[in-house]
Unconditional design. Structure first.
Length: 341
């Protein structure tokens, strides 16, 4: 239901609507899993033909498509023929924004099962996903390459305009080399190098994560200025960086793990080097912020947390670093800059 309608509901109805929000995520997951947008992209299609190609029950699929019509993804002509809407077009494979990959990850059974353990996570502080997967989330992804690729694509989708906003908000003009720690496929690094043609980059992440990086870097026209360096930030980080980027990395881990990662970085940094932590820095008090919802994903998922500026300052101090400034961007994230203390 549109937000304007939600706001007009009485409080009890708003709460009930929040409680049924998971219905919608399950519906979108099935639409993505059945590749309905890809099939409908070929043109106006009868439900029986869609049922045949998706191996589904025609009557049930018709009811499902009617619900997608309610959500604005398709339209029906009254005779069982369905057509994709502009909103539905965004669910196609390869569509700008990677919504399909994000839904197949964030609304997947393996992800949503972890959310069923939120109450236990609040009681114990232990990640719900670790309990349902039988191991930490990133260990599980290392063993499931298809899901790992979708996860990397999801991060590109989920963080949307952040890379461009970060590249525009921070001045990299005096630097020669930027090291993107845990940079996955290089989405952020490509945005920064695209804005600063004289800059070079090192992309550092686990081997199964960076395997998809060359294709993205080539497509962005920066592959010749990036060295892809597979490795784990728990073992160390590459040397030679004027800036060390941690985009949505520090929020994934416990404080002890963060101190290990930042400790490796501090030992590698030159005196003038910078650490740049790109995260949703939480406002204090009751101000709404998307990072406060994301914080629950960190609790359920990897076991990390989102932080306020004072909390980042305290963490960095423990790591032997000094928070020098927080740079806002035209997105939900800020850039926390730190130097050797």
């Amino acid at each position: 239901m549109p937000a304007t309608h939600t706001a007009s509901l009485p409080p009890h109805a708003q709460l009930v609507q929040m409680g049924t929000a998971h219905w919608m995520s399950h519906i979108l997951y099935v639409a993505a899993k059945l590749d309905l947008a890809d099939h409908l992209a070929k043109g106006r299609t009868h439900v029986d033909d869609l049922a045949a190609v998706t191996k589904t029950h025609s009557l049930s699929l018709g009811r499902f498509l009617r619900t997608l019509g309610h959500l604005g993804l398709v339209t029906e002509d009254g005779a069982g023929h369905f057509t994709l809407t502009p909103l539905g077009e965004a669910l196609k494979t390869g569509a700008p924004g990677s919504a399909r990959a994000a839904i197949l990850t964030l609304a997947s059974p393996w992800m949503t099962n972890g959310w069923t353990r939120l109450l236990e996570s609040v009681h114990t502080g232990e990640p719900g996903l670790e309990q349902t997967l039988g191991m930490p989330i990133f260990d599980w992804l290392a063993q499931h390459p298809e899901e790992a690729s979708l996860f990397s694509e999801t991060m590109v989708s989920f963080h949307g305009a952040e890379p461009t906003a970060v590249a525009a908000a921070y001045d990299f003009s005096t630097m020669n080399t930027v090291v993107d720690i845990g940079g996955a496929t290089g989405n952020l690094l490509a945005a920064i190098l695209g804005r600063y043609p004289g800059l070079r980059g090192i992309l550092y992440d686990l081997p199964h994560v960076v395997r998809d990086a060359p294709e993205l870097l080539q497509a962005r026209g920066v592959a010749d200025r990036v060295t892809v360096n597979p490795g784990s930030f728990f073992d160390g980080v590459p040397s030679g960086g004027d800036a060390y980027l941690f985009s949505h990395i520090i929020h994934d881990w416990t404080e002890a793990q963060c101190l290990t990662i930042l400790g490796h970085c501090r030992r590698t940094m030159a005196p003038a080097s910078r650490v740049l932590i790109i995260e949703m820095v939480l406002p204090s008090g009751n101000a709404p912020h998307p990072g406060k919802m994301l914080d629950m994903m960190m609790l359920v998922g990897p076991g990390g947390q989102e932080r306020t500026e004072p909390e980042y300052r305290a963490l960095l101090t423990k790591a032997g670093l000094r928070l020098t400034k927080v740079v806002p961007t035209d997105s939900a994230v800020s850039i926390v800059e730190a130097m050797i203390a």
